[in-house]
Design a protein around this ligand. Structure first.
Ligand SMILES: C[S@@+](CC[C@H](N)C(=O)[O-])C[C@H]1O[C@@H](n2cnc3c(N)ncnc32)[C@H](O)[C@@H]1O
Length: 239
C-alpha cells in the first residue's frame, strides 16, 4: 500500500508548532479573555486527534442530520459538480474530517476521467494519513493531505506553483445546528467532544511558557483558570 503524502501547508513550521501556535493565538484573542462580555474559545481547540475521532462519531448520530443530508445532495449532484470542475484543477477541501462525503465526489471525478489533484486540508497529519488510506487509489484523481489551518491553506494556494491552476475550494459540513442542547445530544457524544476541547485548551496553556509566547504569564493563568472552571462545570453537567 502506498502511504498518502501529507504536505505541510505552513511552510517552515513543524506540525506541532504550527497547530499549537494557531491555537494559542486563538486563546489569547481579546474576545476570549474579556472579563465582561461572553467568553469564547476558538473551535480549533475541538479538533485534536481525539476530537477528530469524536467528531467522526457525531457524524453517525441520527440527530446530526447534516451528514446524511449532504450525502443525499452529493449522491444526486456529484456528476454535475464533477462536470463543472475542469481537468488540471486543484480540489481543496477545508477541514476534510473523515472523507466519507467527499469520496462520493472523488468517485464522480474519476468516472468523468478528470485529472485533478484533491487536497484534504486538516489539522492532524496522523488523521490525514489514516483517512486518506481509506480512499481507493484512483487513476485520474490524485489524493494528498494538506496539513494546516484554513488560513495556511489559503496562503499555500497563493504560492507561485499553485497560482495558475484552476481551483475548487470546498467546505463540507457545518458548525451551525438548530437543535436545543437536549435534542442535539441524546447520547452525550457532543458533550464529550466539547469537554475534550476544554481539556485540550488546558494542555495548550500548560505548555505555553516553553515556547515563549507574547502573552504575559498572568494572562495565561487567567485563561487557564477560566477553561478549567468551564471543564469542571461541563464534567458535572449531564449534557
Ligand atoms: C465540522 S468538521 C467537518 C468535517 C467534514 N468536512 C465533514 O463534513 O464531516 C470541521 C473540520 O474542520 C477542521 N477544522 C476546524 N477548524 C479548522 C481550522 N481553523 N483550520 C483547519 N481545519 C479546521 C476540523 O479538524 C474538522 O475536521
Amino acid at each position: 500500500m502506498t502511504i498518502p503524502s501529507v504536505i505541510n501547508g505552513a511552510a517552515g513550521r513543524t506540525e506541532a508548532k504550527m497547530v499549537y501556535r494557531s491555537k494559542l493565538e486563538g486563546l489569547k484573542n481579546p474576545a476570549n479573555i474579556s472579563k465582561t462580555g461572553p467568553k469564547k474559545l476558538p473551535t480549533l481547540l475541538l479538533y485534536d486527534e481525539r476530537g477528530l475521532q469524536l467528531f467522526e462519531e457525531i457524524t453517525y448520530l441520527e440527530e446530526y442530520y447534516l451528514t446524511n443530508a449532504e450525502i443525499n445532495v452529493l449522491q444526486t449532484s456529484s456528476d454535475s459538480i464533477a462536470e463543472a470542475i475542469p481537468s488540471g484543477s486543484m480540489v481543496v477541501e477545508l477541514g476534510s474530517g473523515n472523507l466519507r462525503k467527499v469520496s462520493i465526489l472523488l468517485h464522480a471525478l474519476e468516472a468523468a476521467r478528470k485529472d485533478v489533484d484533491y487536497y484534504a486540508l486538516d489539522l492532524s497529519s496522523k488523521e490525514l494519513k489514516r483517512t486518506l488510506e481509506q480512499v481507493p487509489k484512483f487513476k485520474h484523481v490524485r489524493c494528498h493531505g494538506l496539513l494546516g489551518t484554513y488560513e495556511d491553506g489559503l496562503d499555500w494556494l497563493k504560492l507561485s506553483q499553485n497560482r495558475s491552476r484552476p481551483k475548487c475550494v470546498m467546505s463540507l459540513g457545518s458548525s451551525i445546528g438548530n437543535f436545543n442542547r437536549y435534542e442535539a445530544d441524546s447520547v452525550g457524544i457532543t458533550h464529550k467532544f466539547v469537554l475534550n476541547g476544554l481539556l485540550h485548551a488546558n494542555s495548550i496553556l500548560a505548555r505555553a511558557d516553553a515556547i515563549k509566547p507574547s502573552i504575559p504569564h498572568s494572562e495565561i493563568s487567567a485563561i487557564r483558570t477560566s477553561t478549567s472552571k468551564l471543564a469542571n462545570e461541563s464534567r458535572s453537567s449531564k449534557v
